[in-house]
Design a protein around this ligand. Structure first.
Ligand SMILES: C[S@@+](CC[C@H](N)C(=O)[O-])C[C@H]1O[C@@H](n2cnc3c(N)ncnc32)[C@H](O)[C@@H]1O
Length: 276
């Protein structure tokens, strides 16, 4: 698959997630698309508080993340925050409460159905300081040096051009601005049949980089103080989804031992970096 085909597959997957209000990458125990209450349990397991979860409109948290960048981003009143791959808006709404009316939160997502969902959630919650923009994180619809903090939750692994994403992040940050992202990385190379699986790609696995490569890509862009500030192994209830597993077994000949290896290799990390 070339880069455009990968993006199209990712867009189609998340369009489906948005329209069924359910999750594929992250929460879920038994099926690909898990209901919102599972998303709530999953979100608690990765660090969101009960108060945070209940402060956003229903449907804003689909359990699509793999960490809580907002908790670590130490957002301050008045700051401009950009969320890469904002999905239905969960982290944007949490960030909005922290930066207040003098601040602003911009969410960018390439899937129109997801954007529509985020905008509906914004109206439901009356978040006046949040704006959602349609766009790709490889070509951000955001002005140079205009953002204080970039957050992103379980998205950059889905990009076939991660270096380009970090360059764009660097471009739009103000000098002194910070990058604070949660993402999936791999501790070892996956078997080729899994790497070739579209289902594994859209399920946030096959597109993930090795941890060292991910951090190097951030440093190469010019970011300073690149630090892993938190990491967890794949939570017990992080499901790859029945549909994804079926496709890996039936279409790509992945066997059970490969699946076990895959699980062990997946890590969720929180990374902090500065534009000096
Ligand atoms: C796993 S979901 C995470 C959503 C959100 N960050 C959350 O935690 O709820 C991935 C989201 O990233 C978006 N996305 C994936 N690749 C993208 C890209 N290259 N540019 C913009 N958005 C992208 C998808 O449309 C989807 O909404």
């Amino acid at each position: 698959m070339n880069d455009n085909e990968i993006k199209q597959a990712v867009r189609e997957r998340y369009a489906k997630v948005a329209s069924t209000a359910s999750s594929c990458c992250g929460a879920g125990t038994s099926s690909c698309c898990s209901p919102t209450d599972l998303a709530t349990d999953y979100s608690k397991s990765i660090g969101y508080s009960e108060a945070e979860i209940s402060s956003v409109p229903e449907g804003a948290n689909l359990g699509l993340g793999c960490g809580n960048p907002v908790a670590l981003a130490s957002l301050k009143e008045g700051e401009v925050v950009l969320d890469l791959g904002s999905g239905p808006g969960f982290d944007c709404f949490l960030a909005a409460a922290r930066v207040g009316q003098s601040g602003k939160v911009i969410g960018v997502d390439m899937t129109p159905e997801m954007l529509q969902k985020a905008r509906e959630n914004k109206s439901k919650g009356g978040f006046e300081n949040v704006e959602f923009r349609l766009g790709e994180i490889e070509n951000l619809p955001v002005a140079d040096s205009s953002v204080d903090v970039i957050i992103s939750n379980c998205v950059i692994n889905l990009s076939p051009q991660k270096g380009r994403v970090f360059q764009e992040a660097f471009r739009v940050l103000k000098p002194g601005g910070r990058l604070m992202v949660s993402d999936i990385v791999l501790l070892e190379e996956l078997p080729k049949n899994i790497m070739d699986s579209v289902a594994a790609y859209v399920g946030c696995v096959a597109g993930a980089s090795k941890k060292g490569d991910y951090l190097d890509a951030i440093s190469r862009t010019g970011f300073k103080d690149v630090k892993v500030v938190g990491e967890i192994s794949i939570p017990e209830d992080f499901s790859l989804g029945e549909e994804i597993i079926k496709s890996m077994i039936n279409d790509f000949g992945v066997d059970k031992s490969d699946l076990k290896k895959l699980r062990k290799s997946i890590q969720s990390i929180k990374v902090h970096a500065l534009k000096s």
